[in-house]
Design a protein around this ligand. Structure first.
Ligand code: CO
Length: 170
């Protein structure tokens, strides 16, 4: 298990457009393994390579919409592209690189992504709710975009609590 340091807002690597992954080699696999360990350790639901200082198009998303009794699992997305969206969700969003801050962000409620796996094989994956939000958030990182750049407003603790008290986002 190897943890990488998660950089925080203000670091230039979070503001840059990342380059495509071209080599699906051991170095990439080590990066993805380390990112996976770092994501699980952090308790977050997604992590993008630039957050560990690597300006390449690779992200992880934790699929949390699993049937009861089944485990959540990490989806590795290399060179991901959103190819379909539907619906809309408006709710609180945060980021491991912007600790303690939550903003109100509107995202599609359904997202389909085309990406490559760690061996370069293309595949498609769909997500709804939090997973759809996470696909968008992580892919934004690859463009150097943070949720605070697009949030309608930053939420106070009270506003944040009221969201969670209401249960599901509207
Ligand atoms: Co983030």
């Amino acid at each position: 298990m190897a943890l990488r340091n998660i950089v925080e807002k203000g670091e230039r690597c979070l503001e840059k457009r990342c380059r495509s992954v071209v080599n699906f080699d051991e170095r990439l696999h080590t990066l993805l393994d380390d990112m996976g360990d770092t994501l699980i350790e952090s308790g977050g639901v997604g992590l993008a390579a630039p957050q560990v200082g690597i300006l390449r198009r690779a992200v992880l998303v934790l699929e949390t919409n699993v049937p009861e009794g089944e485990h959540e699992y990490v989806i590795e997305l290399i060179n991901p592209e959103i190819i379909e969206t539907a619906g809309e969700q408006k709710g609180p969003e945060g980021c491991l690189s912007v600790p303690g801050v939550f903003g109100l962000v509107t995202r599609p409620d359904y997202v389909k992504v085309r990406a490559q796996d760690r061996f370069g094989q293309f595949f498609e994956v769909e997500g709804t709710g939090l997973t759809a939000r996470c696909f968008c958030h992580e892919i934004d990182h690859l463009e150097g975009r943070l949720f605070v750049d697009i949030a309608e407003k930053i939420l106070s603790n009270e506003e944040l609590n009221s969201f969670y008290a209401e249960g599901d986002e509207e």
